[in-house]
Design a protein around this ligand. Structure first.
Ligand code: AHR
Length: 331
């Protein structure tokens, strides 16, 4: 039995006790037979733009199956209106809990009010939302993107401590108006604000995609070729940019220092090869914690309102053998 199954089994046993005590009928996705209650979770994934996103989708599907949660999964193909449509269809179907990874921060109030009116708890996963009303969702589980930007900046300050400057930074940011882009953008600037030798000379959006990371790097080399650091908001864009650097005879990791966020398997591989110098961890593996949260919410147990993943920093100075073994990485 995997470690992850143990808490879930505890919840299942607890749920049987609770339902026996309550003696009440089920609601939403519950079956009529109390012993066969199955929790139904409607999950709206924002798309499949990156290696991180694929890992997130796989992890949620795996965790739901291992917890015995019935998952209604929808892929919004990078469109907010598809996510809103999916959430509405989950409400109509009367799922027990809705979870979604919001593509952008704003524009969710109406659909969340509809979920609230239908008495369906909502868990915001991965990215945060911006709303005046904090009663519109039940819990958040994901990463602290601002902290990631701060850690990237701190590493740059340390790495370039002995360099007089100016130190010129090019930034490839993620999807506009999304919380990781906003958090990483401002986190970096917060650290560098008091350090005059650092200059962010160009910032372009690569939408978290490898192909767009390539396009962005072409643009950077055309507009501001003289850069010391590339800060990419995810591994995919860093890897796209690396391909372009190599096509131009630039040695990634040497001629240009590269800092990226995620630390997914191909990012770690590039770190090992010396093509990326620093990786800020952003973990997509929240599936088991999400299922535990779902059980707690459904059975009225205390639960954390906010759960944040760990943010480790991996660098080209690390002992390679200490780098994390990840699902799909060096099996
Ligand atoms: O929301 C998390 C971000 O989205 C990851 O950094 C990126 O790779 C993904 O597409």
């Amino acid at each position: 039995m995997s470690k992850a199954s143990i808490p879930i089994l505890l919840f299942i046993s607890l749920s049987l006790v609770l339902s026996a005590c309550a003696g009440g009928g089920g609601s939403g996705g519950y079956s009529d037979n109390e012993d066969e209650r199955i929790i139904v979770l409607g999950f709206s994934q924002l798309g499949d733009e990156s290696e991180w996103r694929t890992a997130s989708t796989n992890d949620i599907k795996r965790a739901a199956a291992s917890a015995g949660v019935q998952l209604m999964f929808d892929n919004a193909q990078q469109q907010q209106f598809n996510q809103i449509k999916a959430i509405r269809s989950f409400i109509l179907k009367g799922v027990d809990v809705i979870a979604f990874c919001p593509i952008v921060e704003e524009g969710w109030d109406n659909v969340l009010e509809e979920a609230r009116a239908a008495n369906i708890p909502v868990i915001v996963v991965d990215r945060e939302i911006k709303t005046e009303r904090d009663d519109l969702y039940t819990a958040f589980i994901g990463s602290d993107f601002h902290r990631e930007g701060v850690k990237a900046g701190e590493w740059m300050v340390e790495r370039f401590a002995d360099v007089e400057g100016p130190v010129r930074i090019a930034e490839i940011s993620g999807t506009p108006d999304s919380s990781p882009t906003i958090g990483r953008y401002y986190g970096l600037r917060e650290v560098l604000a008091d350090n005059e030798k650092f200059e962010i000379v160009i910032s372009v959006s690569g939408d978290f995609m490898r192909s767009k990371g390539r396009e962005c790097m072409e643009q950077i080399l055309l507009e501001t070729p003289d850069i010391d650091i590339l800060f990419a908001h995810n591994d995919d864009m860093a890897l796209g940019a690396i391909e372009i650097m190599e096509e131009h005879g630039i040695i990634p990791g040497q001629d240009i220092v590269i800092v990226s966020v995620d630390a997914q398997p191909s990012g770690i591989e590039a770190l090992i090869q010396g093509k990326i110098n620093c990786l800020i961890e952003c973990s997509p593996y929240v599936g088991d914690d999400l299922m535990a949260l779902v059980f707690k919410i459904v059975y009225g147990l205390p639960f954390p309102e906010n759960t944040f993943t760990e943010t480790r920093v991996f660098t080209d100075q690390d002992d390679i053998s200490t780098l994390p073994t990840r699902p799909g990485y060096r099996p």
